[in-house]
Design a protein around this ligand. Structure first.
Ligand code: HAM
Length: 418
């Protein structure tokens, strides 16, 4: 039997690579003072319908439990984190920096880099919406990929305030923008142009499509005509300057006015990070400023965050030949040559393990040849064995498998001498 479509089993090599990357990313988060939280794998379906509309039902795993509750496997972790925040963390001092790492589920069509079960590592910054704080979030996003060892990636940054103001000027009211935002998110410019022509005429369509060609910050300024657009532009401009002050490699950062983001809770600065080498599933991270307070009937709280697609990041690292972490090397393989020596072998194995060594202990008495065969199979550094003679003299025989030399070490000194 196979794992369900869109899901995967991970063998020891893959798990070592995954854990290796996870550790490196966690370390970066620690240095930015983010704190881990965890929420359930499934939630009330309502949590995800509230901001994304009923359309999202086709894209998620929803089900009724035995008591008829409508539930869903989480497609992402921002809404669950905010549910948790409003229920239990509201009183924490601000700014509050949270992170999470866990599996998410989407009923996507599986292909390379797109799965039905995938992992996200994400952050939410609550209670600080200054451009400097937003810049630090962007800097953190970049640093995660720097530390992961990825060579080729680009961070694209936009602002929904500018995009929405332009759509409004083009005759599309805020309330009617959702379908257009979807075309923009899907990069379906033909559908967008048609919708704009229907609503605002030829000129409106022209303005928006021209706006989408822009790539430099300064080019946006003249377009920010309305007060809302100007506020948004200034926020983007200040964030940009702060990002440079935080030492970001600005050659990796671009303005992209076309970022609309699929999820409908975003309100301001938005960004996506791609690995251009990857093709269709090249987006490794996405995020922005958002507001989910309405879902919980709460007062708004400044919210900003991103999620990194952990599986895609691993695919990107493989493609660019960054050597993955391999399973840790076995320090010692330990074997008793006769049954009477096994309790002593077991005792020594425990001493070595307590000292931090990775030890494989043979469960049955073995011959030397078999022990060495196994040692080379698992790439052990040392093979340690003891028979009747060694037992009597309180020593062990140690073979260094890198140099091939064999020596005798007193059992009492084994942990310190290896
Ligand atoms: P998202 O853009 O929907 O944002 O997902 C973030 C990342 O998850 C994507 O950039 C992609 O790398 C990865 N991803 C999404 N779907 C799949 C899939 N089917 N297979 C593999 N990887 C996938 C969010 O989820 C927001 N909650 C991010 C956020 C946090 N916004 C504010 N705070």
């Amino acid at each position: 039997m196979q794992a369900p479509r869109g899901t995967r089993d991970f063998g020891p090599n893959e798990m070592a690579a995954r854990r290796g990357l996870e550790e490196r990313l966690r370390n970066v988060l620690r240095t930015y003072h983010y704190h881990e939280v965890a929420t359930p794998a499934f939630e009330e379906l309502e949590l995800f319908l509230a901001k994304s509309g009923p359309g999202i039902r086709d894209e998620i795993y929803d089900f009724k439990d035995k008591s008829g509750r409508e539930l869903a496997l989480r497609p992402e972790l921002t809404a669950p984190t905010m549910r948790f925040y409003f229920a239990n963390l509201k009183m924490e001092p601000k700014p509050l920096r949270l992170f999470y790492f866990g599996p998410c589920y989407r009923y996507d069509r599986p292909q390379a880099g797109r799965y039905r079960e995938f992992w996200q590592l994400g952050i939410e910054l609550l209670g600080d919406e200054t451009p400097n704080a937003h810049a630090e979030v962007l800097r953190l996003a970049l640093q995660l990929f720097e530390e992961a060892g990825l060579k080729n990636f680009v961070l694209r940054v936009g602002h929904l305030g500018i995009l929405r103001a332009l759509l409004e000027e083009a005759g599309v009211k805020r309330a009617d923008q959702a379908p257009l935002m979807r075309y923009i998110d899907k990069k379906d410019l033909a559908a967008l142009e048609k919708a704009l022509q229907e609503r605002g005429g030829e000129k409106a369509a022209d303005t928006i499509l021209r706006f989408f060609q822009l790539e430099r910050l300064e080019e946006l300024r003249p377009l920010a005509a309305s007060p809302d657009a100007m506020t948004a532009f200034q926020h983007l401009e200040s964030t940009w300057a702060a990002l440079a002050a935080l030492g970001a490699d600005m050659t990796r950062v671009r303005i992209d006015p076309t970022i609309a983001r699929g999820l409908e809770y975003y309100t301001g600065l938005v960004f996506e990070l791609d690995a251009p080498d990857l093709g269709a599933e090249k987006q490794l991270l996405g995020g922005g400023a958002y507001d989910l307070s309405g879902v919980f009937n709460e007062q708004p709280i400044a919210s900003m965050g991103f999620a990194l697609g952990f599986d895609r990041t691993l695919v990107a690292l493989e493609r660019t030949q960054v050597p993955p972490t391999t399973p840790g090397r076995v320090d010692v393989i330990l074997g008793a040559l006769v049954p009477e020596a096994w309790p002593e072998a077991a005792r020594l194995a425990q001493i070595l393990r307590k000292s931090g060594r990775v030890v494989e202990l043979e469960s049955q008495p073995v011959g030397i040849k078999k022990l060495l065969g196994r040692a080379s199979q698992i790439r052990a550094r040392h093979a340690v064995f003891l028979g009747t003679k060694e037992l009597e003299r309180k020593v062990v025989a140690v073979k260094d498998l890198d140099t091939g030399t064999q020596s005798e070490i007193s059992a009492a000194e084994l942990a310190s001498k290896l």
